[in-house]
Design a protein around this ligand. Structure first.
Ligand code: TK8
Length: 344
């Protein structure tokens, strides 16, 4: 047959989206087409869960609310799309928390390095009142923030050398790696502390910047490194897990205000359900993506506890610098939630 010899697309053993249940709104409360711009590719947990969000709204409004998803930063990057929400020129987006700190500075707590020893502790914080307050604070900026989900543990990749210590990042005699960071000052501090040359840049520009050698490397979860094809231009990966960052699914307040209250309630419910599904998919993708990257030729360095501790010590100063800015109370509250989860 014609398909013989074509490699099968490999997929992780992904959970099916939960069955769509709950009341169907049969009354005509208006029709809406919502444009949702996202940064990542069609194969990402971000896209697949957005599709589930769309399916819930479609089924439960008899097709009166439809969601059109625009992947791969094609409508803009996180910063631009949040601005489009404010002006009402885009209905929805799904940014990382890091570039959203310009709206809600407390969100920078998620940028602190080595804050979450486990995924469970991060999820517990995302479900907490302190996190809900952060979502509510977006209203002042004409944005309705609906739910947190998982971007995930970030790992370092580069095209120059294997990295197993901060010294490898700083390249004592040969010069520090030029690492793209998110547009966020805490992230910048982390990479300065490690002796890199950090270069903030929008996500959509990262692939070509690496391809052209403008930057040596970047850091993102394994799933993104895989689904955005970064392995094509990055030979080395290190499992640093230096930061865990969330995503936030959000809507323009102008769009939100046009929705009937029953639709608003449904949108909020669908956002929560799709966020839960996203976290599940992201979890399933994580180790699987690392294995896929190894199969595709990336040399991946797993760090032992001592090596992780070296990175942790090198970035300790980031807490001293940023905890007062973020708010000691917020940092302590988050740390106590983490400690409670770890004690269980
Ligand atoms: C996608 C971004 C991306 C983030 C980054 O829009 O910028 O590195 O991790 O996933 O939000």
């Amino acid at each position: 047959s014609l398909t013989m010899g074509v490699a099968q697309a490999q997929e992780p053993d992904l959970s099916e989206p939960p069955e769509i249940d709950g009341e169907v709104i049969t009354e005509d409360l208006g029709s809406h087409t919502l444009r949702l711009g996202i940064g990542l590719a069609e194969s990402s947990p971000q896209y697949l869960s957005s599709q589930y969000f769309a399916d819930i709204l479609d089924e439960r409004t008899e097709g009166r609310i439809s969601v059109e998803i625009f992947p791969n930063s094609q409508l803009g990057d996180d910063v631009q799309m949040m601005e489009m929400l404010q002006t009402g020129s885009l209905d929805m987006t799904y940014p990382s928390t890091s570039p959203a700190t310009t709206y809600v500075p407390e969100l920078a707590v998620f940028d602190l390095p080595f804050l979450f020893p486990t995924r469970e502790s991060a999820v517990e914080v995302m479900n907490s009142d302190v996190a809900q307050d952060m979502l509510d604070s977006f209203e002042e900026s004409d944005i309705k923030a609906l739910a947190f989900s998982e971007n995930g543990y970030r790992q370092l990749t580069n095209s120059v050398r294997p990295v197993e210590s901060p010294e490898d990042v700083a390249g004592i005699d040969v010069g520090g790696l030029t690492i793209r960071t998110m547009e966020n000052d805490v992230q910048l501090s982390i990479w300065e502390a490690l002796g890199a040359n950090p270069t903030p840049m929008a996500f959509g520009e990262v692939f070509s910047a690496m391809e052209q050698g403008v930057i040596d490397g970047q850091e993102n979860p394994w799933s993104t490194i895989l689904t955005s094809n970064f392995y094509e231009v990055q030979d080395y990966g290190s499992e640093t897990r230096h930061v865990y960052t969330p995503f936030i699914l959000m809507m323009s307040m102008q769009t939100w205000d046009q929705l009937d209250p029953q639709y608003q309630e449904l949108v909020q419910e669908a956002a929560r359900k799709s966020a839960e599904y996203e976290i599940q998919l992201a979890t399933e993708y994580d180790d699987w993506s690392r294995e896929q990257l190894e199969e595709r030729g990336m040399e991946i360095t797993r760090l032992n506890d001592e090596q992780v501790a070296e990175f942790q010590e090198a970035v300790e100063e980031v807490y001293d610098e940023w905890a007062p800015e973020i708010g000691e109370d917020v940092v302590e509250e988050v740390q106590s939630i983490v400690a409670d989860v770890q004690d269980e």
